[in-house]
Design a binder for this molecule. Structure first.
Ligand code: GLC
Length: 532
């Protein structure tokens, strides 16, 4: 392939800034905290840091309710801290990617304050205002992702405004060219400041049905499901005209060299891949969350890898995500032992991997009592297990109080095992999960076939997944045992000879000839001999 771009070769690492490192003892992480941990990230081997929102915000949704797109919330620092972070990251060849939250603002954003001031305010049409239904209720049946109707009545003007998320997160009207132009300028503002790209929040939400038709009922909705599942999102998301909006965003990104546009998209594969855009003029990387929802069995994983590969448009670059701040942690989803195999899978699949902070040390969901919940979703729909606090707890750095995260009172509690499960401890143990991640990342760097080579399934039977990564220069075989039982003498294709480069146990280096045995929950990477 042509010389790969940095976002194709590299590995992304998501930092949830509230929880990474506090430097001013307020119990909340900050920009200086990210900066002082850059050398850790360099040692880990990642290439780009995506930072969840740092903009001024009332924090109703912890920064995903932006009150000023061109500022920094004092909680996280100021522009001098930001510029220093960019400078020190770039000096270490690390890229910095920001979260861009264009679908909605905070209700405290001056645009919304003006918009709600009166029906004839010039900014009225910057948001989505509708008259009540004939019975005085909401204009249609659309539900909020965080529970309840997606429309809030504004008594002063007698109209409802639309919010796909919280009442405090009114949706912008992307059909309005002034909104688009203002948001394009926001992207330029940050790129001029040195930002290397954006992860675009809920990009598939940007356009809504022009006629605001009711969504159809979801036949699979059942008791215990969140409100958002009552109806299919047929008319409220993933509208055909969203792609021209994204193409415009991409046009702005392309005004600057070497920047990346990543889209957050929760859709089935066939819909997801449309977000590469016509002639690949959409998102460079529409986030692929298949591994987050996948059943952890070899046939299932093989099936979704094949389905994704086949669905990619010509030239569309794949990517894989194991976790993020909205999802249960991988170690909790599949168990600590299997998460070593998951790490090997993530880092040996074709395409760009994205890691979530703390997953590299096996951080687990931390139980948060209902009365201590911070996440608005948990507060709105309590007890359904929807809360996202458990996967947002502070990073576990060392054995000092609060695991080195803060000298103050942490905004969320540390995990009970933080004194033993932390970076400092795992750096001392080559066989630790962190040791494995570091080695996997180093291998991926040393063997370009791992990011760029073709993928070919060999075996996906029972609990064993075996695949080949091939390029003109090298060929690597990956064999993963997803089960807690040993797998003896797994047959490999005729003529398969090679050498174990890495085992998830970090204790194997033997030659492989024709077959391979795997211990419980073991994965291996085998460099195959060059064929004569
Ligand atoms: C995205 C974010 C999530 C946020 C929501 C609303 O899904 O990842 O954390 O709550 O958008 O902005």
């Amino acid at each position: 392939m042509a010389q790969a771009q940095w976002w194709q070769r590299g590995i992304f690492y998501q930092v949830y800034p509230r929880s990474f490192q506090d430097t001013n003892d307020d119990g909340i992480g900050d920009l200086d905290g990210i900066r002082v941990r850059l050398d850790y990230l360099v040692g880990l081997g990642i290439d780009a840091v995506w930072i969840s929102p740092i903009f001024p915000s009332p924090m109703a949704d912890f920064g995903y309710d932006v009150a000023d797109y061109r500022g920094i919330d004092p909680m996280f620092g100021d522009f001098s801290a930001f510029d220093r972070l960019i400078e020190e990251a770039h000096a270490r060849r690390l890229k910095i990617v920001l979260d861009f939250v264009p679908n909605h603002t905070s209700d405290q954003h001056p645009w919304f304050v003006e918009s709600r001031a009166s029906r004839d305010n010039p900014r009225r049409d910057w948001y989505i205002w509708r008259d009540p239904a004939p019975d005085g209720g909401p204009p249609n049946n659309w539900m909020s992702n965080f529970g309840g109707p997606a429309w809030t009545h504004d008594p002063a003007s007698g109209q409802y405004y639309y919010h796909a998320f919280l009442t405090q997160q009114p949706d912008l009207n992307w059909r309005n060219p002034q909104v688009r132009a203002a948001m394009h300028d926001v992207l330029r503002f940050w790129m001029a400041r040195g930002v290397d790209g954006f992860r675009v929040d809920v990009i598939w939400h940007l356009m809504k049905d022009a006629d605001f038709r009711d969504n159809p009922p979801n036949p699979e909705y059942g008791p215990g499901d969140p409100d958002i599942r009552r109806f299919l999102q047929t008319h409220s998301t993933d509208q055909p005209d969203v792609h021209s909006i994204i193409a415009e965003l991409r046009g702005v990104i392309d005004e600057y060299d070497d920047r990346v546009l990543i889209g957050e998209i929760y859709l089935p594969i066939d819909r997801l891949v449309t977000y590469y855009g016509e002639n690949l003029g959409g998102a460079h990387l529409p986030f692929n969350f298949q591994l987050i929802h996948a059943g952890w069995s070899a046939p299932r994983l093989a099936e979704l890898i094949a389905e994704y590969d086949a669905a990619l448009p010509e030239g569309g670059w794949p990517n894989w995500v194991l976790g993020n701040h909205d999802q249960s942690r991988i170690a909790s989803r599949i168990g600590a032992r299997r998460s070593r195999v998951a790490a090997m899978l993530l880092l040996t699949l074709r395409g760009t991997p994205t890691m979530y902070y703390g997953d590299e040390i096996g951080m687990e969901n931390v139980p948060i009592a209902t009365e201590d919940a911070q996440d608005p979703w948990e507060k709105n729909e309590p007890g359904l297990g929807l809360g996202r606090d458990p996967q947002r707890t502070p990073m576990q750095w060392d054995t000092s109080p609060n695991a080195g995260f803060t000298n103050g009172r942490p905004w969320l509690p540390l995990a009970a095992d933080s004194a033993t499960r932390n970076v400092a401890v795992q750096l001392e143990q080559p066989a630790s999960l962190l040791g494995l991640y570091r080695e996997l990342i180093a291998l991926r760097r040393a063997h370009p076939v791992l990011h760029a080579g073709t993928y070919r399934k060999i075996t996906a039977l029972g609990d064993v997944l075996v695949f080949l990564r091939e390029s003109a220069e090298e060929c690597v075989l990956v064999a993963l045992n997803l089960a807690g039982t040993a797998q003896d003498e797994i047959p490999l294709p005729p003529g398969t000879y090679g050498r174990v480069l890495l085992s998830t146990g970090r204790d194997r280096e033997e030659r492989v000839e024709g077959h391979l045995s795997l211990r419980p929950h073991e994965g291996v990477i085998v460099a195959l001999d060059a064929r004569s």
